[in-house]
Ligand binder design. Structure first.
Ligand SMILES: [Zn+2]
Length: 221
């Protein structure tokens, strides 16, 4: 069985997405790119996370051809591949339909720096233009919106996309930006949120670059 560890990680983080209310049922999808093998392990299409076993994970190459697996890969495969093809710093992609991020995406608005934790995604969270789910157009819109600058983006009228060096970091970013999206929703409901300035957000992004290395021993406060 190819990429056994990546398959197990996808099962584990799929369940973590459910437990953390980042998605429901089979919504969203996640993948890991093994650069040595030049292969991607991705969640299968339409299978609930709690039923997914390591052998259900689909292994594809960067052209999207199935190398190993009986099931169809996630319908958003192209949106994952476009980041692996274009960003050497990205080895994991997580896509969720978490409620508050998706709420903001339905306004077709960005999430500004309402809290310093927005820096997990960039100095703001951009929103990609709408396109039908599972299309190459959606993959291109996401890439055009996030490019090499952002770790997290919204997809208009759809959800959230997080890219990172590894799956643990992608999950963290998805979770922190869902939190920021909720804060943005709540603050706008009762007033006008104060937005942090660019230089503070640049500093926060510098600090978070080492977050992956420190997270095992300490939490960001
Ligand atoms: Zn989706």
């Amino acid at each position: 069985m190819l990429l056994k560890e990546s398959r197990e990680e996808i099962v584990k983080y799929g369940n973590k997405m459910l437990e953390s209310n980042l998605t429901t049922g089979s919504g969203g999808n996640l993948s890991i790119y093994n650069r040595e093998a030049n292969l991607v392990a991705i969640s299968p299409s339409g299978l609930p996370y709690y039923e997914t076993r390591p052998e259900d994970i689909v292994i594809v190459n960067l052209q999207g051809e199935i190398i190993e697996g009986k099931l169809q890969p996630s319908s958003e495969l192209n949106m994952h591949l476009i980041f692996y093809k274009n960003r050497p710093d990205v080895n994991a992609v997580m896509h969720t339909h978490s409620v508050f991020a998706t709420t903001i995406s339905c306004l077709n608005e960005e999430i500004p720096a309402v809290h310093y934790l927005v820096a997990f995604g960039g100095n703001k969270i951009p929103c990609a233009d709408y396109a039908t789910y599972g299309t190459q157009e959606l993959a291109e819109n996401a890439w055009q919106s996030m490019g090499s600058k952002y770790q997290v983006g919204l997809l208009a009228n759809h959800g959230l996309l997080a890219v990172a060096n590894d799956m643990s970091a992608a999950f963290n970013s998805a979770e922190e930006i869902e939190f920021a999206a909720e804060l943005y929703y709540r603050t706008r409901a009762i007033g006008e949120p104060v937005i942090l300035n660019e230089s503070e957000m640049d500093l926060m992004q510098e600090k978070f670059k080492t977050y992956g290395q420190v997270q095992k021993n300490q939490k960001v406060e």
